[in-house]
Structures are given as C-alpha cells and as structure tokens.
Design a protein. Structure first.
Length: 204
C-alpha cells in the first residue's frame, strides 16, 4: 500500500477530490482491495486527511473552470469528513464559473454523522450519487459489508431525503458485476425513492 498526498486528480473532463481514506463499508468489489489508485491516478492512499488549507492550495493550482464536474469522491467515504466537504463546496460555489459539484457517497452520512445531512449537502451539491450496490437487503449487506446493521434502510432514507429537497439531481448507482435480477431490483428501489439509476462499469 503506497501512501501519498493526491488530493485532486483528473478523470476525463472531471476533477475528483480525495479527502479521506475512511469508510464504514468494505465492499467486496472495491478497487481499494487490489490497487493503490484509480483511473491511472497517482496513489490515493492518503498520508493524512488534508486540512482545508491543504485542499484549497491544491485546488488553486488548477483551472477549475475547464472541468465539467468537480467530484467529492476519492479513496474513502467523503461524508466521513462532512464539515470539510461542506466548507470546500461552499468555497467553490462562491467562485465565478464554478463547475457542477457532485458527491459520490455510500449514503450512510446520517449514520456516520449522527444527524440528518441531506439538506446541508443538497444546498451545495448539484448531483448526489448514492452507491446502492444491490437491490435487496440481504445482497446489499453481503456485498457492501457495512459496519451498521441498519445501513440498507439508512441509505434509502438519505436518498429519499435528498430527493425531497428538490435542490440536486439524485442518482443511485450499481456496478455491472452484480446479477441482472439485482440490477432490476435496484431499478425498482431507485424509482420508488424518486432517484435515477446508473449502472456503471467495474474498474479493475
């Protein structure tokens, strides 16, 4: 496991922000199980969680206006650093020609932070992308392996709360390695919650 300080990295026309390696899940398909980085990036295992100054200094080295989206993602669950996510997002939103802001999350922010978080996130994010991972509770728990017994229900409540704000586009995602019946079951969950479903390709 190589450790570095890759705070931001490019994927196509988007810029990804890597804030933490912490995550309350241990997904069976997670790229962290087999690689130090993603999409050809430098190693994403952080030496430490970067503070606001480090993050903004890193971002100020880039022309942010050239990106389609700025994505809070990285090699951990970004809402493990909710206050930092919100502060950075507010700072970026205040800048002229700020690209769309997206967060890729496992949807367990309420459990991680011990409070409802959808409203504060949807105030600054244009897109909320929630990793659904499976279409049934049993399969979700088996594939995602969260530390919270109530994770499947909490993830759905968070998604529904985000949809209710009406402030952000809400997407639920699954990886195409799961069986087709799980994809269809996932589609039904997303529709029930008012979100869109995205089936994404697995990156090895």
């Amino acid at each position: 496991m190589k450790k570095a300080m890759t705070i931001s990295y490019e994927v196509g026309n988007n810029l990804y922000i890597n804030l933490t390696n912490k995550c309350p899940c241990a997904c069976t398909f997670c790229i962290r199980n087999s690689a130090d980085g993603a999409y050809g990036s430098d190693p994403l295992w952080l030496e430490h969680d970067p503070d606001i100054s480090e993050i903004m200094t890193d971002l100020d080295k880039r022309d942010l206006t050239k990106y389609n989206e700025i994505v809070f993602c990285g090699y951990g669950e970004p809402t493990c650093r909710l206050d930092t996510v919100l502060e950075v997002a507010h700072e970026l939103k205040a800048r002229p020609e700020c690209p769309l802001l997206r967060i890729n999350t496992n949807g367990l922010s309420d459990l991680v932070n011990g409070k409802s978080t959808a409203e504060s996130l949807c105030e600054v994010m244009d897109i909320i992308s929630v990793s659904l991972n499976a279409g049934t509770r049993d399969e979700y728990m088996k594939v995602t392996r969260p530390k919270y017994p109530e994770a499947f229900e909490a993830m759905q409540k968070f998604t529904a709360d985000c949809v209710k704000t009406g402030n952000a586009e809400v997407i639920m995602s699954v990886v195409d390695v799961i069986p087709q019946e799980q994809i269809e079951a996932s589609r039904k969950i997303a529709e029930k919650l008012g979100a869109k479903l995205r089936v994404r390709s697995y990156e090895s």
